[in-house]
Design a protein. Structure first.
Length: 432
């Protein structure tokens, strides 16, 4: 008996199971869903806040179910989730239609320029080196598509305010990446990098990402053209495959993966023809990507750092918010938007997350010393924007009147019971 007992014990793990990708994936979804359900019980609170709160609780700052090492290992899940969201955002832009939309181009350039100037001036004022100020200003031009898209979906929002905000968020992210690429050579010139590398690296990053996206878009749009009206469900698989193909190629070629998937959406909108690939809805499965993204974001919040950098973060949040809202308000009135819609669109551009984090990480990987200073300024502000962004977006959508205009997805009609009438009636009667 003792030998059998020893044999049974020997097959059991000697330690507690270590975190792996599948385990982290399950924890993110389970606790994220719980947070969303709890937030849904509070009428005015967006579910994103619930996702992030539960993430904070189970993360390293909270009870520590997920360690920082486990979160770092699960980064690929966030890349896929953010990639699909950026694809949807990019699909809202058709290159030729954008060029014909004078109001969109002017508003985007004015708003991006004013935001860049405001953050640059703030960074110089608080004593940051000019190189750090330029990089931080370029990154802060970006806006969060995930907050806008999820809150709009949750509130069944549809209308001119949502359409304008989606287009401007997409333009913000494109402009932010272009500005970042233009300022990167000056930053690299100050580090131990040759002048030729400093000039060619940003060009390679941008051109390479665009080439990857066009190649992936050509492949999946050609396949999508083979689908019939009864095979539209295959198009979602094509979108996921195209996003993962772009992410994989971008990582292999060491170009910007986030910019690659954003331009993938634009390229698919351009090349789709009759396939209507960019009209694919994510359905209920889309919640999976939002849950992963925001629970992960909440778990990565570090309260100690937020307190330490609170004054800098508050100044950055105030300067960026004023720059975006005032510029959008002014341009909105010039181009015929109402006061309420102009204010709402400006508020919808306030959240900042995914691309800003990605560009800050790129800076840290290329120039660790400068990257630490840029990240201290940018990521402290991102933590505030991620926390306050969802309620602000919900307020803006309700203010604009777009909330509730989109019909919610129809509830499937239950199949009639095949049981005899007496049994069916009895089963419908609650047992006491």
């Amino acid at each position: 008996m003792e030998a059998e007992a020893v044999g049974m014990i020997s097959v059991l793990p000697s330690t507690l199971p270590s975190m792996n990708l599948l385990l982290v994936f399950g924890i993110l979804l389970a606790f994220g869903t719980l947070g969303g359900l709890l937030a849904a019980r509070i009428r005015w609170l967006p579910t994103i806040t619930g996702f992030m709160t539960l993430g904070l609780i189970i993360g390293p700052t909270g009870i520590g179910i997920l360690s920082q090492e486990a979160l770092n290992g699960a980064r690929v899940l966030v890349d896929i989730a953010l990639g699909l969201i950026l694809f949807q955002l990019g699909a809202a832009l058709h290159p030729w239609l954008v060029l014909k939309n004078r109001a969109l181009i002017v508003t985007s350039l004015v708003e991006s320029g004013l935001t860049f100037i405001a953050i640059f001036a703030l960074a110089i004022w608080i004593g940051s080196p000019p190189v750090v100020a330029v990089l931080a200003a370029a990154i802060c031009v970006s806006s969060s598509p995930a907050v806008l898209m999820h809150v709009a979906h949750e509130l069944h929002a549809k209308g001119p305010t949502v359409d304008a905000a989606e287009s401007l968020v997409a333009m913000n992210n494109v402009v932010a990446f272009v500005l970042f690429s233009l300022t990167l050579p000056f930053a690299l010139a100050d580090s131990e990098v040759s002048l030729l590398t400093a000039m060619l690296l940003p060009v390679y990053q941008m051109i390479g990402a665009i080439a990857v996206s066009i190649a992936a878009a050509w492949v999946i749009t050609r396949i999508a053209l083979l689908t019939t009206s009864e095979e539209t469900h295959f198009r979602f698989a094509l979108v996921v495959g195209g996003v993962m193909l772009s992410l994989g190629l971008a990582q292999a070629l060491q170009v910007s993966s986030l910019f690659a998937v954003l331009t993938l959406g634009i390229a698919c909108r351009w090349l789709q023809g009759e396939s209507r690939l960019t009209r694919v809805g994510f359905g209920g499965g889309g919640d999976v990507f939002f849950i992963i993204l925001f629970v992960f974001a909440g778990a990565n919040l570090h309260l100690h750092d937020m307190v330490t950098y609170a004054p800098v973060a508050a100044a950055c949040v105030l300067a960026r918010t004023l720059a975006k809202t005032t510029s959008i308000y002014g341009c909105g009135l010039v181009f015929g938007y109402s006061h309420r819609q102009s204010i709402a669109v400006g508020l919808l551009l306030v959240p900042m997350a995914g691309l800003a984090i990605g560009l800050a990480q790129t800076t840290s990987s290329l120039m660790p010393e400068l990257g630490a200073q840029v990240s201290a300024l940018v990521l402290s502000a991102v933590a505030v924007f991620e926390t306050l962004g969802p309620p602000v977006a919900a307020l803006a959508l309700r203010m604009s009147g777009d909330a509730g205009r989109a019909a919610p997805a129809p509830t499937p009609t239950p199949e009639p019971s095949s049981a005899p009438p007496a049994v069916a009636a009895d089963s419908a009667t609650p047992h006491r």
